[in-house]
Design a protein around this ligand. Structure first.
Ligand SMILES: [Mn+2]
Length: 326
């Protein structure tokens, strides 16, 4: 995994960088974006990160999180270079058409640093560094920083370690290999504190979030090879929670023995669901997600669907049967 020469040249030559990531940012998104910003700042470059607001509570401890700007205030044309991290299409950044079009029409240099499987019909022209085999975009940012000879300080180490543990499930998922552990070792040596980071990211639930989790468990359906959780709009309203509060719910559902795919349906608006899929071992759920217009990785993928919950669930079960994926 070597950063493209073109990317190194752009970072060396240009001075004004805009960093964007995907909608409902997770630890890899925040960690990669902020680590990149800090690294560019260490090279005396201007770099700004814009994301959706509000920032979920579990990420408030991340170094530099308060320097992130609100995506609704974005004027991309003030920047020379746009870098998309942990996603590779403007439509992934936000749902607002006007904002997507502003990003698509950006006239400066566009760069992508991502580890999601590339969508074939993507027409966003950019310098692409896409490595689907990497466990986290944070791994790629780590390599880039090393290549640029930037010293990894404790803040950058904390950000990249956070990216890594969110995308590897604290080194429990199939994407954890010797390489991830070796980089984790380097990051801890550089000042990342594993227990502090783990507690902030994974043990900082609110009571409301726990109530939402209980609602999901209560309605969970076991239809082998699936375990399926679903949350309606009213579940979020009744517990005063938001979509970001469901982070790691679908991973939890994999806990059941002999179940190879866990699924979570989240109703974002009436009759419109975001669907997350997780699998164990060699089972590739990105194929299922792609058949519904989504994408992702082998063991973690997602898509969106307009339907009632029952229709959406049955379509998912059917699609797997029809595709003979199991
Ligand atoms: Mn990621």
């Amino acid at each position: 995994m070597i950063p493209p020469k073109e990317l190194i040249e752009i970072i060396t030559e240009k001075n004004n960088f805009l960093i964007l990531t995907h909608s409902t940012p997770d630890g890899d998104a925040f960690g990669s974006a902020l680590a990149l910003k800090f690294s560019l700042n260490l090279l005396s470059k201007r770099a700004e990160v814009y994301t959706e607001m509000p920032i979920p509570a579990q990420y408030k401890f991340l170094p530099g999180i308060n320097e992130i700007k609100d995506l609704v205030e974005l004027s991309p044309d003030k920047f020379e270079v746009l870098i998309l991290v942990d996603c590779h299409e403007p439509s992934r950044v936000n749902n607002n058409e006007e904002l997507i079009s502003k990003i698509t029409k950006f006239s400066g240099i566009k760069v992508i640093i991502d580890h999601h499987l590339e969508r074939k019909n993507s027409d966003f022209h950019a310098i692409k560094w896409i490595s689907p085999h990497e466990a986290a975009t944070g791994m790629m940012v780590y390599e880039l920083i090393k290549k640029l000879n930037i010293p990894i300080n404790a803040s950058i180490a904390t950000l990249l370690y956070s990216a890594l543990i969110v995308d590897t499930g604290n080194f429990q998922f199939d994407n954890t290999t010797e390489k991830e552990l070796r980089i984790a070792y380097e990051l801890v040596k550089a000042g990342a504190k594993p227990s502090f980071i783990y507690q902030n990211l994974f043990e900082g639930w609110t009571t409301n979030r726990l109530k939402l989790f209980i609602k999901m468990l209560d309605k969970t359906e076991i239809i082998p090879p699936f375990i399926i959780g679903h949350l309606r709009k009213k579940d979020f309203e009744e517990t005063n929670t938001i979509e970001a509060d469901t982070e790691r719910f679908v991973e939890f559902l994999r806990i059941l023995k002999d179940i190879s795919i866990s699924v979570l349906f989240r109703e974002i608006e009436e009759g419109f669901f975001k669907v997350s899929l997780r699998s164990k071992g060699s089972l590739d759920v990105s194929v299922i997600a792609q058949s519904f217009g989504g994408g992702g990785h082998k063991n973690a993928a997602g898509y969106r669907i307009r339907a009632t919950y029952e229709e959406a669930r049955d379509k998912l079960i059917e699609s797997v049967k029809n595709n003979k994926m199991l």
